[in-house]
Design a binder for this molecule. Structure first.
Ligand SMILES: Nc1nc2c(ncn2[C@@H]2O[C@H](COP(=O)(O)OP(=O)(O)O)[C@@H](O)[C@H]2O)c(=O)[nH]1
Ligand SMILES: [Mg+2]
Length: 366
């Protein structure tokens, strides 16, 4: 594919300290991301940062540590924006999503409570920009699924973030079922009013109806299957498996609507798009895997629990002085006869399998 790769190496200096909103500032050029001065507070070699917390390490002991950590994540977000700016935009909007979007809006009238599922690795990037306007004042439960794929530190950061806003969030594992009992209970609790009203009118109670919505491949169908303790909805490890809306019954008192993953027709935020690609939450035809893997390498180099050392340990490639793209090319030469796509696929699937540890790619904004 004819993606421009220039964004992956020169022009990728960090802008640490700039807020995420300072995205229009142009980055200084000719410095590779993995060695960006923006990561000066992160000691890349060895993969441990002074200011950043690592998996299993104690929490930063003071506000200074926390602030530093937040600044580092914010710096990384800003850099991702610049890295992706010159790439061919990632867009994915297959026909079944347009159709499902229309149908979902119609079904919303029947829904008592909405269960919005997001990918715990990227809760911001799997937040649909139009969801608020679609749902209006409808009762809503936020689920961060794939909890097994992030660290405890990540989880705490997100739990605190939502708690501060008074938003109830459930962490779940759609594969093993953690969190689903709580989810079923909460859905029924929130919809209680429906049957109170019916009884007052002399009507018989009816099952409450919960609509499960979210981006592709975040685990919606798996969660429903776990709730039902039966495989009622097809689930598979690629986006775009559920293509139609489908109501299924849970016991006598809950009905669940499975829906295809919703994604905006035009993804305006390409930092989000690249993370969707990394996490396999968007169709693979929409992106150039070599570009995406190169950015992933640059991101991992900056995340202290991974760092250059973990990349070196896994691939035995000297990352010194190289950029993401060069790293992918080196791996291609070393293992795949120069085939960069195979090399890119290896890096992406290693990340998805947790070979660099289970980590989120996003932390809450300040
Ligand atoms: N590790 C892990 N895998 C999950 C989890 N939830 C779902 N999956 C897997 O992710 C893939 C996509 O799940 P699916 O339910 O089809 O997602 P949907 O497209 O949102 O309906 C499947 O291979 C599931 O087994 C989870 O919490 N953790
Ligand atoms: Mg599905």
């Amino acid at each position: 594919m004819a993606a421009q790769l220039t964004g992956l190496w020169p022009n990728i200096t960090g802008l640490n300290g700039h807020s995420l909103h300072a995205r229009n500032s142009s980055p200084p050029s000719t410095i590779c991301a993995a060695y960006s001065p923006s990561s000066s507070t992160i000691q890349i070699v060895g993969g441990k940062a002074s200011g950043l917390q690592t998996n299993g390490s104690p929490k930063p002991s003071n506000t200074l540590g926390r602030n530093q950590e937040e600044n580092d994540w914010e710096g990384l977000e800003t850099d991702i924006y610049h890295w992706t700016k010159t790439l061919r935009p990632i867009q994915w909007f297959p026909g079944h999503i347009a159709k499902a979007e229309k149908e979902l809006k119609e079904q919303l009238k029947l829904i008592d409570v909405v269960i919005e599922v997001r990918d715990a690795r990227i809760p911001m990037s799997t937040s649909h920009p139009q969801m608020d306007s679609w749902l209006g004042t409808r009762k809503r439960i936020l689920v961060l699924n794939r909890e097994d794929m992030i660290s405890t530190t990540d989880r705490n950061a997100w739990a605190n973030y939502y708690a501060r806003q008074g938003i109830k969030v459930i962490f779940s594992n759609g594969q093993l079922g953690m969190g689903t009992m709580k989810l079923g209970r909460l859905a029924k609790e929130l919809s209680n009013g429906v049957n109170v009203k019916r009884r007052a009118k002399g009507l018989l109670p009816r099952p409450v109806r919960a609509g499960v919505v979210g981006y592709p491949n975040v685990g919606k169908s798996s969660l429903i299957n776990r709730l039902l303790k039966r495989r009622m909805c097809s689930a598979a490890s690629r986006p775009g498996v559920t293509r139609e809306l489908k109501w299924v019954r849970f016991g006598t008192d809950l009905e669940l609507l499975d829906s295809p993953g919703m994604i905006p027709m035009r993804i305006g935020d390409q930092s989000a798009a690249i993370k969707l690609a990394i996490c396999d939450d968007i169709g693979e035809r929409s992106y150039d895997s070599a570009d995406v893997a190169a950015i992933l390498v640059q991101m991992l180099s900056r995340i202290p629990t991974v760092g250059i050392t973990a990349l070196h340990n896994r691939y035995k490639i000297e990352a010194d002085g190289s950029c993401g793209k060069i790293f992918v090319q080196k791996l291609a030469r070393q293992l795949f006869n120069g085939d960069t796509h195979q090399a890119a696929f290896r890096i992406l699937s290693d990340f998805r399998k947790g070979k660099f540890g289970w980590i989120a790619l996003e932390r809450p904004p300040k």
